[in-house]
Design a protein around this ligand. Sequence first.
Ligand code: B4P
Length: 314
Amino acid sequence: MSFKLPEDFVKHLEDKYNRAIQDGAIIFNGDSAVSQVKEETAGESKYRFHITLLDSLKHRPEKGTEEKNPFAKPEPELTILQDYGPSQEFRLVANKFPVVPYHFLLVTKDFVSQNTPLSPHELLGAFSVLRTLKSSSKDNWFAFYNSGPESGASQPHKHIQFMTLPAQFEPYANLLANTSEPFIPSEVKEPLTDQNLPFRHFLAKLPDTQDIDQEDLTMYFASLLQRTLTTLKYNNASHISYNFIMTTSYMLMIPRSSGTYKNTLGLNSCGYNCLLLCKNKEVQDLVIDDGVLQILAACGFPNETIEEATSYHY
Ligand code: B4P
């Protein structure tokens, strides 16, 4: 099954991005970005968050609909790979409104709802991209998927995003993944969780092997989705919303109760990967005053073990 990318993929990505910036096809929002790292404590653990203030958004991405859909026919200037996947069912497209350089997306060619779980092909497609980036880029890349009405997603056409972490920045999930050997969560073995964090989250450490295939990836993903669905059901959520983050080392899933904090700060997977984007000074003040851990807790679910979870998931 072929998810092979061209040998010079990273160079091609960079060339395409730089040309699109020059031509004005990409509207870069990061020029005015000023970032700071904030440390917060919970229990005996310390956590670091990367808080970015944007002076101005040059162009605010509009909320999409199935009819008004930027991924149905992506702009040629933004299209990094026109055909990707064994049935050429995907495209790789540059983000038109990035805050971080080279931010790009894997999108389905046909319309598929962003509310659907990731399919085995989508998981392997994203994982293969991550693996290529890891082997030929010095940056720390991660993939993320915002799914459901309270996940922070604004486009309904299915898309998985790829972005780099700030240099030398380790989110809690990296550290958590390092506490364990790989295992597929099962009835007897729960996914990894940091008990000091105030929001429910589930992490699966992936095996460090070239042989990982789409069945493996699907089992890991399904095990996290089951726990997420159980959490949503237990808390009587009326929707299925979660954030999903993947690297070549782990998968992380966070069930979401709300897409925004105090109707002011929008939070997507980046927020739960410790990257907070503040679109004005008032929002930044709110983040500093209320604290990131409290904000993440308010937009997720309490980090409590649900008794029935050990015997049955969803
Ligand atoms: P979604 O999953 O639907 O939503 P999102 O990432 O939360 O971005 P949103 O659009 O809601 O913007 P936000 O103000 O939160 O992803 C849709 C993606 O498609 C976005 O990346 C969007 O830019 C992109 N897009 C929209 N129209 C497009 C087009 N015509 N062609 C190609 N791509 C198109 O955030 C603004 C930007 O900052 C987004 O890029 C977002 O991903 C990014 N971002 C959010 N938090 C960040 C953080 N902490 N650090 C760095 N970047 C961050």
